[in-house]
Write a protein of this length. Structure first.
Length: 134
């Protein structure tokens, strides 16, 4: 089973737009791959989903179910790498997770990550490109 890192932008888009391409890629990765999360990436997802600007877009119940599903379907990895290569240093946690989790790809909508494709041999694909590849 392919080991994949799904960045926060894809997961949040999936939660907020159930009919969107990010959700299709997210669900495919969740149920046909082995998603990887770290304490930092999961914490960021939880923090972003709880922003007040999303309060009217996703209910607390759906947030809880979404986060529970992510945890249940993912493998938790505690990265030891501390690479600092991304233009946005906050995105380095996804690269560290991919390296230490032996990911086969990263799915992202973030231009700061996409510009690094491929990173140390790990493809960084948009949700649409991920679906085409799969």
């Amino acid at each position: 089973m392919r080991r994949v890192v799904i960045d926060t932008s894809v997961a949040v888009s999936a939660a907020l737009q159930p009919d969107g391409i990010s959700n299709k890629a997210f669900l495919f990765a969740l149920f046909h791959c082995q998603p990887l999360v770290s304490p930092d990436t999961f914490s960021e997802l939880e923090r972003v989903l709880n922003k007040t600007k999303f309060a009217n877009k996703i209910s607390d119940l759906l947030k809880t179910q979404f986060l529970s599903t992510v945890l249940a379907r993912s493998s938790m990895v505690n990265p030891i790498s501390r690479l600092t290569v991304c233009r946005d240093v906050n995105d380095d946690m996804f690269l560290n997770l991919a390296i230490d989790g032996h990911a086969e790809m990263i799915i992202s909508r973030d231009p700061d990550l996409l510009t690094l494709h491929p990173f140390r041999g790990i493809p960084i694909l948009s949700p649409a490109d991920f679906l085409i590849k799969e």
